[in-house]
Design a protein around this ligand. Structure first.
Ligand code: SR1
Ligand code: MG
Length: 402
């Protein structure tokens, strides 16, 4: 029988004390539940005397954002914990340390990152993060390369892929990103002011074809171990540091998916900027920083990935002239298409982004949604023809100029 129960503040403290060599036995620990995500409980436990702290994260057996009517497997806590350990091994400076965990209680205990800010909030507050493109480009390159057939033993990769079969969380993505926004279903969540744009989306079969091709890749292309939900709410930042958290959607999927998530979320913030920048000069400056960051993320990813391939590729046939270029081109095209899907889902489907939703002015909020849909559709339609990231930057600029 399952031993699972949702932790109270007191239980979380008891559990935190069981982590060896962290808190002293006489520490007077405090605990608060700080989770603001859609799916889990997150407790911060602190010793006010030593100022040492850690996080106890517990998966709930249902989606918190919807309620008990949407059951979810607790195995996602194991998947998240194991993904964090792999990602930390590959990028120790970019992923929190895991101190422990408990399978039955669906708990992971990890490093507290309270000195960092969630990137989405930091961007809304107008901050910039100069080291972010190198950090996230390197994170994506290393985690994808070393978990793919290019960088790890191919038989071991199959065994690893089996440990990351993640049906419940993939089903959320399949529904919320690749299906619901393109048809009239109750699960959608959009404001009445964009009903015309949404109806156009439902009727646009040229667009649906692109979504179907990307959905097929998501369902069938197990290229590498993805983070699976790499939006700016899954990233902690300071000016100097970047930490990637929350890989509970991890599974073996197409490499472009994680890159697409980063591109989409920077572009969603880009579309929201008129709601946050109170003069034209600041607006232009902020938007330029976001577009330059998208380019730099891609360039950093590509440079790191090519270097890993050339220096650490394990497979002689992958050194065949021309193969690497075609592979990188495929990843770029997929990333652009997935970015389009991920922008559209945040406007039409369940679970929106604060960058847009918290804009106070109704007209500016409306405009941000319309622009996000325009860019998302353009990325989807252009995705399969993309040959450089610069084209995506130009496409975005053209859309906001017209
Ligand atoms: C029901 S979960 C909604 C969304 O939150 C997560 O962060 C994922 O993006 C998911 O699609
Ligand atoms: Mg999350």
């Amino acid at each position: 029988m399952s031993q699972y129960y949702p932790l109270s503040l007191e239980n979380a403290i008891v559990y935190a004390r069981s982590i060896p060599d962290f808190f002293t036995a006489d520490a007077n620990l405090s605990c608060e539940e700080i989770g603001d995500g859609n799916l889990n409980l997150v407790f911060k436990i602190e010793d006010p005397i030593s100022a040492k702290s850690l996080i106890v994260k517990q998966a709930l057996p249902y989606a918190k954002v919807v309620g008990e009517s949407w059951p979810l497997s607790l195995d996602r806590a194991r998947i998240e914990r194991e993904a964090l350990v792999i990602q930390h091994t590959l990028c120790p400076d970019l992923v929190p340390i895991v101190y422990g965990g408990n399978q039955e209680l669906a708990i992971t205990v990890m490093e507290d990152l309270s000195d960092h800010t969630i990137m989405r909030k930091g961007l809304i507050d107008g901050n910039t993060y100069p080291r972010f493109p190198e950090h996230i480009g390197r994170f994506i390159a290393h985690t994808l390369f070393y978990t793919s057939d290019l960088g790890m033993n191919q038989q071991r990769k199959k065994e690893q892929a089996a440990r990351f079969v993640n049906p419940d969380l993939c089903k959320i993505t399949e529904d919320l990103i690749f299906e619901d926004p393109y048809r009239d279903v109750p699960n959608n969540d959009f404001s009445e002011d964009i009903i015309l744009e949404v109806k156009q989306l439902w009727e646009d079969t040229e667009l649906h074809l692109e979504v179907a091709l990307l959905r097929e890749k998501f369902l069938t292309h197990g290229e590498a171990l993805l983070h699976g939900d790499l939006h700016t709410g899954s990233i902690f930042v300071t000016a100097q540091s970047t930490k990637v958290i929350d890989p509970e959607f991890a599974f073996y999927g197409p490499m472009g998916f994680d890159l697409g998530a980063i591109i989409a979320n920077l572009l969603l913030n880009f579309t929201a900027q008129p709601g946050w920048s109170d003069n034209t000069e600041l607006l232009e400056e902020r938007r330029q920083w976001l577009l330059t960051s998208i380019k730099n993320v891609w360039d950093q990813f590509e440079n790191h990935f090519r270097r890993l391939w050339n220096d650490y590729g394990i497979d002689p046939i992958s050194k065949t002239p021309g193969y690497q270029n075609l592979y990188i081109q495929k990843v770029l095209r997929d990333a652009v298409g997935f970015a389009g899907c991920k922008m559209i889902r945040r406007i039409v489907g369940l679970s929106h982004v604060a960058d847009i939703e918290t804009i106070q002015d109704d007209e500016l909020r409306h405009q941000a949604k319309v622009t996000a849909l325009q860019i998302g559709k353009a990325l989807l339609k252009y995705g399969r023809s993309t040959s450089s990231i610069d084209e995506i930057i130009d496409l975005t600029k053209q859309i906001v100029q017209t």
